[in-house]
Design a protein around this ligand. Structure first.
Ligand code: TXE
Length: 479
């Protein structure tokens, strides 16, 4: 029997010993047991929050440029270990190695980018109505942040939460997803090799209903930063209500891609196919429903069907050349299969794929295109975390925009056209946090990743994402 790695929580600058209770982590491509991780007890979570609390004032008192230097050291360590980190991500999450490597590199760049804000965090001086008075507006850290992570970009999400939190003077307790915790512990080992002060960065692992619930209902947490499902976001809001804890929520999307008759069809096909296939379709801002103008609908469906049917998949470690790995787990696979079955029962016609792929092992679903969809079908309304592309034909841009906006989600959207006025009309009328014109995801770290409606509250990245981790304190100074 091979030795299985048992990871430990990281609290107050120390790994906290072998856990009493553990969760098994498996490779979704092979079923192999990869590690055992802590199913933390309440006391352990409370200890992490207390450590973050007691470290916070001294951390915030450091010049921001020193805090930035700590982030840069972590970024360097990540770059030195990029290949092995990418392999850890692929093994537990299933994405192809090249994408895992992009995720690792982007994470290091993100830490550096947030470090650059050290000299750019600004307050304001506001003109007073009173003689001899100055009104100063300071941006201050909120305190202790709880970062609750999903499994789809688990490594990057650590940085997306900890980098803006730390540069602005907060401390953090991270809870990785129980599906993909190994990469977080490998990240933590690198943090532990640096001289980051004890208590500034803590990791406690465990299931959502246990550790997640304990973190989000604890009065010692000042901000909950969560990325995940709407259902869990709603549960977190309820938990946060007890202590009126501030929230930052990214809850997924159902991104519409609008293809107009004048679009460069090959560009649209390529961009939408890549977007739907990347990370096996488990991305909050990938194209999830297409509205194509009638004049080019047949040609578009024909081309995208061909492109999707040529997508290769399999175990991304054994076959590093594949376009897609497995879905993250059995629950995810069953959910995708059930949604496609419902789409067929509701009148959709599958032009390629439509079935669980039988590779003998792993949670693979065939790349799928479903034509003939309508706005009332589940597949056009609910998030489908798999490489499944439903398509609806529309008469014009107005109809496409109306359909796109009639959604619970409002994260990202895209439009394909060569006509600038059509593009600008779409940008003006699409009720979404982001719109891509003639391209698909991903977003830029200097932008602002945020959604409306059930896609969440607040956002991440750039200046506006950074300031989500501060509160404003106004001082009225009479002289
Ligand atoms: O998400 P959950 P799941 C969507 C996607 C996917 C679905 C379910 O549609 O199919 O969500 O995925 C923690 N209190 N997205 O079940 O439950 C949990 O331990 C506190 C969209 O994995 O939201 C994990 O760390 N925390 C998405 C994290 O929440 C709780 C990314 C996410 O798990 C908790 C992932 C609780 N009560 C899934 N319950 C995106 N926005 O990109 C669970 N958690």
């Amino acid at each position: 029997m091979t030795d299985v790695c048992i990871y430990q929580n990281y609290i107050n600058g120390e790994f906290s010993g072998l856990p009493k209770n553990t969760i098994d982590v498996h490779n979704p491509a092979t079923g192999a047991l990869l590690s055992r991780v802590p199913e933390s007890e309440t006391g352990e979570v409370e200890r992490a929050i207390a450590a973050a609390r007691s470290a916070q004032r001294a951390w915030a008192a450091k010049p921001a440029v020193e805090r930035g230097a700590h982030l840069r050291k972590i970024a360097s360590k990540i770059r030195e270990n990029a290949d092995s980190l990418a392999r850890v991500i692929t093994l537990e999450q299933g994405k192809v190695l090249s994408l895992a490597r992009v995720e690792v590199d982007f994470t290091a760049d993100y830490l550096d980018y947030m470090a650059e804000w050290a000299r750019r965090i600004e307050g304001e001086i506001i003109t007073s109505d009173r003689p001899g008075e100055n009104i100063f507006l300071f941006r201050k850290p909120i305190g202790v942040v709880a970062g609750i992570l999903p499994w789809n970009f688990p490594f990057f999400l650590i940085a997306r939460k900890m980098a803006p939190a730390l540069i602005t003077g907060n401390t953090i307790v991270i809870k990785p997803s129980e599906e993909t915790p190994n990469n977080c512990f490998e990240f933590t080992k690198l943090v532990a090799e640096t001289d980051l002060p004890a208590g500034v960065f803590n990791v406690v692992c465990g299931s959502g209903f246990n550790v997640g619930q304990t973190l989000t209902s604890n009065a010692g947490v000042d901000l909950i930063s969560f990325t995940g499902s709407v259902e869990t976001g709603s549960r977190i809001m309820a938990a946060a209500a007890t202590n009126i804890t501030k929230l930052n929520l990214e809850l997924g999307g159902k991104a519409p891609a609008i293809v107009l008759a004048d679009a460069d069809l090959d560009l649209a096909v390529n961009a939408i196919k890549n977007s739907r296939v990347i990370n096996s379709g488990q991305v909050c801002n990938c194209a999830e429903r297409v509205y194509v103008q009638a004049a080019v609908a047949d040609e578009f469906i024909d081309k995208i069907t061909r492109a999707m049917s040529m997508t290769t998949y399999g175990d991304p470690i054994a076959r590093p050349d594949v376009d897609m790995g497995p879905l993250v787990n059995r629950v995810g696979l069953d959910k995708v299969a059930a949604m496609v079955d419902t789409a067929i029962a509701q009148g959709g016609s599958v032009t390629t794929g439509g079935k669980i792929a039988d590779l003998g092992q792993g949670f693979h679903y065939q790349p799928t295109v479903i034509a003939g969809c309508r706005s009332d079908m589940e597949i056009m309304r609910k998030e489908v975390f798999g490489a499944v592309l439903p398509i609806q034909v529309v008469s014009d841009l107005d109809e496409a925009i109306a359909c796109a906006n009639a959604s619970d989600y409002g994260l990202t959207s895209s439009v394909y056209t060569k006509d600038l006025s059509q593009a600008m009309k779409a940008v003006a009328q699409l009720d979404f946090g982001e719109t891509y014109v003639n391209r698909e995801n991903f977003e830029a770290m200097q932008g602002f990743h945020a959604g409306v409606r059930k896609s969440g509250i607040g956002g991440a990245d750039g200046k506006h994402g950074l300031y989500e981790y501060t509160h404003t304190h106004v001082a009225y100074i009479q002289t």
